[in-house]
Design a protein around this ligand. Structure first.
Ligand code: FAD
Length: 378
């Protein structure tokens, strides 16, 4: 572990905002990462682990704490759990897209639709990254993590991480603390060995995005190439030459609302049912149990509605900016707030609040930010 001269976080985050921290440590091995975190936690100072800085909105005031940069690397093949499955254990600091590139080159399927998502493997479970119908929860087996409360390293199965739509127990949501303050050291994924042959794609969302019919066969590398090209058209891959990519990706989450509230929105607003709880647990106290188990009550599932549609239909076009501001909506994607050159965190926050206000006034709901906010308020 190496203590380095603190670097302004504006240079390390894709939204290009953020002041310098009081201390900065680079960890290039898992052991160094564990040592660094235990030392920082013993001091009791504020701390932040930093991967690729692509899901952070950081304030420009100096950060009075320690930033630990996760720079561990490596992909390891583990014993296969069953025929046709390849198990990979990947260090937290490994670049996510480099992992996807590796998997696709090996003919492994399961993460190819998430090609081009910036950031590190260790941050991927934090918000259960996803694109075009694929999410890391579908392939993640377990993570090795270190908890702040105990300082101990343990292996945690994926189903104990609370992975949901752009969330997990580890995510620091706007206005609330994470349920589990922990840092991922490695992530283990199971991928299907499909080779390089063409085969039909199961996911409708991915087929639609790539213009394919149910019977069309394509290879995993074809999917990767076409996903990256599609993302590039929307400014959703990092590209120094494209200011639309100086963002944190989607700044607002698609809103999850009750079915009854969704009926108050215009019918044209795109919406998707959130998976209903088909098997709710019914607890009947033993003393009250008379041998009859009532049938499950059908609960109307919540509805996820398109935040991009709400923004555009509240009168804000792609490329919108406030007068004299250097922050703007992406010219290609209404959900991305972009830094058009030296915008301050205040300018980004002002634009975000303006958008929230317009959507609330028009449709009656408050959009919530997707990136993790550090040292800044909305
Ligand atoms: C152009 C662009 C496109 C994007 N497209 C998508 C997309 O399609 N889908 C999607 O889901 N996301 C997308 N994102 C968001 C982002 O790429 C992902 O959330 C990514 O996983 C963040 O990784 P990172 O290493 O950059 O995390 P950082 O920004 O460095 O950190 C994000 C949070 O995770 C924490 N963290 C980092 N590493 C660890 C670790 N090892 N253990 C525990 N906590 C950790 C940090 O403390 C912070 O709270 C996009 C972003 C950009 C800029």
């Amino acid at each position: 572990m190496t203590e380095i001269t603190p670097i302004r976080l504006a240079r390390l985050t894709t939204l290009r905002t953020g002041g310098a921290p009081a201390r900065m440590i680079d960890a290039t091995t898992s052991a160094e990462l564990v040592d660094a975190l235990r030392a920082v936690w013993a001091d009791g100072d504020p701390w932040l682990v930093l991967g690729g800085g692509s899901n952070l909105f950081v304030g420009d005031e100096p950060y009075d704490g320690t930033v630990v940069r996760v720079r561990t690397q490596g992909i390891e093949r583990m014993p296969s759990p069953r025929p046709g499955i390849v198990r990979l254990r990947v260090q937290a600091g490994h670049d996510w897209d480099a992992l996807v590139e590796f998997a696709v080159a090996e003919g492994l399927a399961g993460i190819e639709a998430m090609s081009g998502i910036p950031g590190t493997v260790g941050a991927a479970p934090v918000q259960n990254i996803g694109a075009y119908g694929q999410e890391i929860v579908q392939t993640l087996v377990e993570v090795e993590l270190i908890d702040e409360s105990t300082g101990e390293v343990s292996v945690v199965p994926a189903d104990e991480l609370g992975l949901g739509f752009r969330t997990s127990a580890l995510k620091h949501h706007h206005g609330s603390a994470p349920a589990r303050r922990a840092v991922i050291l490695t992530a283990t994924l199971d991928l299907a060995e499909v080779g390089h042959d063409e085969r039909p794609i199961a996911g409708e969302q991915l087929r639609t995005a790539l213009g394919l019919g149910p019977g069309d066969g394509v290879s995993v590398s074809w999917i990767r190439d076409h996903v990256i090209a599609t993302r590039r058209r929307k400014g959703m891959v990092l590209d120094d030459d494209d200011p639309d990519t100086y963002s944190a990706g989607s700044f607002f989450q698609n809103a999850v609302v009750s079915a009854s509230f969704s009926r108050t929105l215009p019918p044209e607003c795109p919406r998707w049912p959130v998976k209903p709880d088909l098997d709710p647990v019914l607890v009947i106290p033993l003393a009250a149990f008379d041998g009859y188990v009532p049938p499950p009550v059908a609960v109307e599932s919540d509805v996820k509605v398109s935040a991009a549609w709400l923004i555009e239909h509240s009168g804000l076009r792609k490329g919108f900016k406030l007068p004299r501001s250097r922050a703007a909506l992406s010219s290609k994607h209404a959900l991305a707030l972009t830094n058009r050159g030296n915008a301050t965190s205040g300018e980004i926050a002002e634009l975000a609040r303006f958008i929230q206000g317009r959507v609330q006034a028009e449709f009656g709901l408050v959009l919530q930010p997707e990136p993790v906010l550090v040292n800044v308020e909305l």
